[in-house]
Design a protein. Sequence first.
Lengths: 625, 338
Amino acid sequence: MADLEIPPTGAVDLDRVIIRFAGDSGDGMQLTGDRFTSASAVFGNDLLTLPDFPAEIRAPAGTVAGVSAFQVHISDHEITTPGDEPNVLVAMNPAALRSELGRLAVGGTVIVNTDSFDERNLTKAGYRSDPLTDGTLDRYSVYEVPMTSLTKDAVAPLGVKPRDAERSKNFFALGLLSWMYTRPLEPTLQWIEEKFGKRPEVAEANRTAFRTGHAFGETAELFDHPYTVKPAVQTPGTYTSINGNTALAWGLIAASQLAKLPMFLGSYPITPASDILHELSKHKNFGVRTLQAEDEIAGIGAALGAAFGGHLGVTTTSGPGIALKSETMGLAVSLELPLLIIDIQRGGPSTGLPTKTEAADLLQVMYGRHGESPIPIVAAFAPSHCFFAAIEAVRIALKYRTPVVLLSDGYLANGSEPWRLPNLADLPDISVAFATETNHVSAEGEPEFWPYLRDPDTLARPWAVPGTPGLMHRIGGIEKQDGSGNISYEPANHERMVHLRADKVAGIANDIPLLDVHGDVDDGEILVLGWGSTWGAIDGAVNRCRARGQKVARAHLVHLNPFPPNLGEILRRYPRVLVPELNLGQLVKLVRAEFLVDARSYTKVQGVPFTAGELEAAILKELGA
Amino acid sequence: MTDLTATAAKDWASDQEVRWCPGCGDYGILKAVQMLMPDLGGRPENTVFISGIGCAARFPYYMNTYGMHSIHGRAPAIATGLAMARDDLDVWVVGGDGDMLSIGGNHLIHALRRNVNLTILLFNNQIYGLTKGQYSPTSEVGKVTKSTPFGSLDQPFNPVSVALGAEASFVARTHDLDRAHMIETFRRAREHRGAALVEIYQNCNVFNDGAFGAITSRSARDEMLIPLVHGQAIRFGKEREKGVMIDGQGRALIVKVRDVGEEAILVHDETRTEPGLAFLLSRLSSGPTEPTPVGVFRAVPRPDYGGETNRQLAAAQDKSGPGDLSSLLHSRPTWDVA
């Protein structure tokens, strides 16, 4: 843990602050936000982040389309969202100000890089007059800092090229914010050394810009005082800062070890899932094989082939990739082989909003296939939960010999939070045995292997992998005779097989945790039922409503197919049920259809998560309060 | 435990009734494969046949090995995963021209360029059989079928040319009426480490009967099939009186040996690094009505994908040791809360 630096005299304590860094795509705002986050994590704050960047790698410089933003919420107590309205906006150019100002809380702080507020940039951003002088910012505390020129002046003696010097201005901003919020400097200085050690002149420029920004805060007499946000009281343990995609990749590696099976990932690059492929590709010493396939179909096909060979087959994608994979998902249902399909949801349909979050693939993964084709669905609810959700999804896939869909989304994928590392001994043993012996005797009295002779409890079929003598068998997408697995077009057999596949998946309900209810469990006037990344905002909203004296309960689904066995009973227990979703109401359709309850829907499809404030208002409205 | 006792052809035949149309060329191919298998010294349990969809794709059901009858076009992709995961297995891919060159064309070319250790049998009958007679990506221009009553407009693929263009390390052609040639070609393909593609001219006696008769029938073969034999001059004809030469403009021509002299006839070298000459040979005929080369066009050593994958895994373990989950979770900055 970094040494706590003594707060400067007169520092003012805050219980939390929400900062939004915004600039051009080339300004390094994601990096700036990420470094501020890391320093805050090491400092001991609780935190959550919301990276928000355009799909274009480099949209035209200076335009609103090219604005890249990073929001971080740091706190001295436990928080579950990246914050509703930022308290502070750092705007590196006019486009960033124009694009992001509307999000800022009234009375909030705006720190602008005045060097970029020239006529050309103002025009590009669509400003007809200068917002710094025309009254646009009257309702905010504005700090005008010529960041580019201060940075250039500071690094000029180092002999850095003007262009490189200019590029260090994000470190100036980071230094300034680090002073304002009393962040430890050491983690960032150390990171600069590690990252740019091989290019000493760049490292020195960034270091100098960072220190200059810090010193500017301290000496410029522009700011009255810095702030502190004290460390949060956290459960004892070892923590790291993690985003959802990394947690998910690590969860897969853990699952592979817990299952004692080598992992095979077949994947095709797609935002926002690609980072899982990147992360897993690094860990070959864990026996992880990764294939960047020629397309989405080949990605899942190769994973299924590896599963046939006795590996843990995994494919990763986003919504459009699921559409391409769906025929192979049907094959996996028919073959009854373990397979994990990971969908990091994004705004759709089609290319939609590839870098923005949405959770509108639930019905696609539930029903978006040909034929009666049930697939279990597990959904992660927080960045760090992706680790455990991956293990749970793999557990189900292996035990029941079924494809399983794991849902995450762009917000979880890229959002970071502190994560108390789990005790590895607490992780479950999810290993399963391959078939090694014949399991049937033929009419002629010969021992034989029936690939579809099921375990009577789980209805799972045996997993006999190539290389096992005596168990040679053929499987395929054509309907199979119950038991023997031979091709069968017999009508009654098909109906029986359809039911068996459905019963197998439905039976998983007996093998998953009961749904927990939180809040006013016994006397709630309303139940807020959620799934996926809405967890944090729902938790925050329910707490706020209860603080107002309302009786509110909440429950959050990790298993979406099958549902936990007590879901129906819970839904009927409360007079009202509200289901907030980042789609047009998908879970709500499922629960209304299955349980005949008058669950209400509250939806948002703007490519950004719910805020706790929005949901608070929605709950109060539903209660008529 | 691997059984080392020798196998017989019958050990490789499953108990399933073969359900191709009577007279289908597929029977001969199945028989050739089942006869070859004991000679290769492998074991049924270590052998896998993966297929897509189509008449040819029923093949795995008839082999007493591990097998998967998958979905249309995807067999090379599924087999890629299996061969990468399990390089101890003999993995075969079986499919037709529609399966592998139309709906699955993408997977075929990528399996070839990656050099995945697969033996790929492409049954080319120039027609869609299972869907009852539509033209295929290898059908000749002008083909009249149910879906092209006025004749097809599509330029066909030449599978050997496609494979060579896709960086295949082994490409061969044979036909369903010559069992000895099939067996020898399949053996060569199987013994090649990497992706081996064999195009098999296969007669569909229901929807495209006699498509290859002009070159593969017993009476036509001597004059119409040009055997490619490594290290030998490319000659054919009853008296081997014809041959192939490359002219001054780089064209492959069929010539009379006595006109140009024996030394002018091209000596076949399947191991040339550059595939250009093999490609020229693949273009000698524009379809199975003209003298057509059969045999191994190209056989060059190249590291196979699964082997290279395993090499990277082994190198990573040598460098970093076997993966340790606790170290992984602590691999980013951590802090302790007391």
